[in-house]
Design a protein around this ligand. Sequence first.
Ligand SMILES: [Zn+2]
Length: 241
Amino acid sequence: MPAKKSRSDRYGEQAELPQTLQEAITYFADKQRAFEFAVSLRWPDGSITCPFCGSGEYSFISTRQLWKCKGCKKQYSVRVGTIFEDSPISLSKWFLAIWMVANCKNGVSSYELSRAIDVTQKTAWFMLHRVRAAIKAKSFDKKLAGIVETDESFIGGLLGNMHASKREKIKAGANHSPTLGKVIVQAVLERDGEVRTQILEDLKTMTKFGFLKANIEQGAHVMTDEGSDPRNSARTSSMTL
Ligand SMILES: [Zn+2]
């Protein structure tokens, strides 16, 4: 008899994932597990944040598996901001599709997927298209579109915002740099939509552009406000990705 696989309470780790299609069907058929799996994909570090305003303060409506943001008062599901957002297909079926694409070495046809998860071949074709694109992009986040604003902030307080005496004290210190001791946070905001943030290692154009490319759809109109960078004077520019 083969040794029983140990399973911890955490989902999403390679060792715990199903090994065969039959195991995968059973694994993802559990709605609660599929939900928790989605949460771990959506917020890998475990900190659930509002996709509309970025607030981490919420109440959870367990009967509907919805969060209610204490910041902007909007409700959001685990699907908001992902490729699953506008889909009526259950998460169980989506994850099975992902599992098949990731594990079937010879590829998956829409016919095979439609049989495995009981959807029409047309639906299966559409799902495969989305899943393959997401795997290629290494992200299940839906890209932002339309008018998108982006800027960088220096968390930790700008010198200009400080009380004069404190500012003088810091300026008197050796090797003063305007970004010293601060974390650079880049944010992208879809007009009337979602906000996404990331911590930047540096302010090199390639670093910033990589984040934009990963999060914004091609053809979107991107507005940049450089005024928040203490090394630039305030100016606004825009571009089309
Ligand atoms: Zn919010």
